[in-house]
Design a binder for this molecule. Structure first.
Ligand code: CA
Length: 452
């Protein structure tokens, strides 16, 4: 790739399970900004190989070299090589902008001038096991809601909470207000109807599976509302201590979907067993994949800047929204101990900008259930302007990619400010709302150690 100017962009995996990169679709945007981009194969043999191509090793043991490679080492090396080549060609000062690092923070504090973090994977141990949580909820209460029932609850939640952000546009921008004011039991008795359908998906590129779902008709039951309510509360131990987080209200409950024609006969573990599995993953991958190191003092001292953005209504990974939000708060209390909330938030916001949230967005993309929400498209340009020209991103530039306002610009608020529209939805302000902020604060009492 040509290196027309003095910038290097490194692309980390954007989720995608075990993927070490996301192909060329993201680095292709680097030259637009006069930057160079690069990919790594992580040492997995091919650029389209994922971790599972080399993990576990043939004798069934952990391939630690591959784990540390996907954890951070391959991206460290990619950045060094990219900067070196760039310097060789231009003999100028280089800046490195890392996209979606997730796993690199806390290491190599002076390697990157800026980090653009979208939907980072944090709390690996908890995150993976958490996918099983809704299944355990359903088995524990002895009720398996039809997918159409959960979808109805989601649609009713969005409809009921849509206007709380000040504009009725089909986008639930303030899930915090929904959490405070919406009673999920109000969905009980509402009629749902879905046609028969067959869907298919590829599991890690290896196996194609399809699911057939018959036509569904019925009304939302008290048990269905109860299942959704317990899931939204997140995993608690049998003694009622919170172990982790789940979706925000209004999210599609894809993990909770029951499937018809299943020929398996497996039993689910109890809540406390899930917690034990989470702890096992945490211990096993604490220094590679857990990615919760909160002390970014050195990164800040080196002048590093962070743009962290995230979809509020996650579909695929419930805690990959709230986990990173909790991490942001952990950085605040670690770097600025014994300082008031407002003072430390102000100080952190000078170099670590959390854009909470992309209204209605899902994982790292548009949410098909709320297409009127915008999505940020110019993050590299925003970061380059911040690093090189001192243009501070008070809000984050975004664009409506679908829905009623395609092509229109939008500005996203930085946490803890939350968007609120007035004047019939024509004026958006970032408001400070303590009750809202309090809904995003978590104490994970189930653990004997801090979960940052
Ligand atoms: Ca709305």
């Amino acid at each position: 790739m040509l290196c027309p100017r003095d910038r290097v962009c490194v692309r980390k995996s954007g989720g995608g399970g075990f993927a070490i990169n996301s192909g060329s679709k993201f680095i292709a945007s680097a030259p637009i900004y006069g930057a160079a981009g690069g990919l790594t194969d992580g040492g997995f043999g091919r650029f389209d190989n994922q971790l599972d191509a080399v993990f576990p090793t043939a004798n069934g043991t952990v391939n630690w070299e591959a784990i540390y490679s996907i954890g951070y080492e391959s991206h460290h090396e990619l950045a060094l090589i990219g900067k070196g080549l760039h310097q060789e060609s231009l003999q100028r000062q280089r800046h490195a902008i890392l996209l979606l690092p997730g796993l690199l923070r806390g290491r190599f504090p002076d390697l990157f001038d800026g980090m653009i973090i979208g939907a980072p994977a944090i709390h690996y141990g908890q995150q993976q096991v958490n996918h099983l949580f809704p299944d355990v909820v359903e088995q524990t209460i002895g009720y398996y809601p039809p997918p159409c029932e959960l979808e109805k609850i989601m649609n009713l939640t969005i409809a009921a909470c849509d206007s709380r952000d000040g504009t009725i546009d089909g986008v639930l921008t303030r899930s915090d207000l929904c959490q405070l004011h919406f009673n999920i039991n109000s969905t009980i008795g509402q009629h749902f109807s879905c046609p028969a359908e067959t869907t298919s998906e590829n599991l890690k590129k290896h196996i194609s599976v399809s699911y057939s779902t018959p036509a569904q008709n019925g009304t939302v039951t008290a048990q269905g509302a109860l299942a959704a309510s317990i899931m939204l509360d997140g995993l608690h131990t049998l003694y009622g201590k919170p172990a982790h987080i789940w979706y925000q209200p209004g999210a599609a409950c894809s993990d909770a979907e029951t499937q018809y024609n299943s020929d398996t006969d497996e039993t689910s573990p109890a809540y406390d067993v899930l917690k034990e599995w989470m702890e096992l993953g945490w211990k096993c991958y604490a220094d590679s994949l857990q990615t919760q190191w909160p002390d970014l003092t050195d990164f800040r001292a080196a002048g590093g800047k962070i743009i962290h953005y995230h979809g509020e209504i996650r579909r695929e990974h419930p805690d990959r929204f709230l986990g990173p939000l909790h991490y942001h708060e952990s950085v605040r209390t670690t770097v600025y101990p014994d300082v008031s909330y407002n003072e430390s938030t102000q100080a952190l916001g000078d170099w670590y900008r959390l854009f909470l949230v992309v209204p209605g967005a899902a994982h790292c993309e548009l949410n098909p259930y709320e297409a009127n929400g915008p999505f940020p498209q110019t993050n590299i340009g925003v970061m380059i302007d911040w690093v090189e020209n001192g243009v501070f991103p008070t809000t984050l530039n975004a664009t409506h990619l679908a829905g009623d306002n395609v092509g229109a610009n939008a500005q996203l608020c930085a946490f803890p400010l939350r968007p609120l529209w007035t004047n019939n939805g024509t004026t958006m302000d970032g408001v400070y709302d303590q009750a809202s902020i309090d809904t995003w604060q978590y104490d994970f009492d189930a653990w004997s150690l801090p979960l940052y």
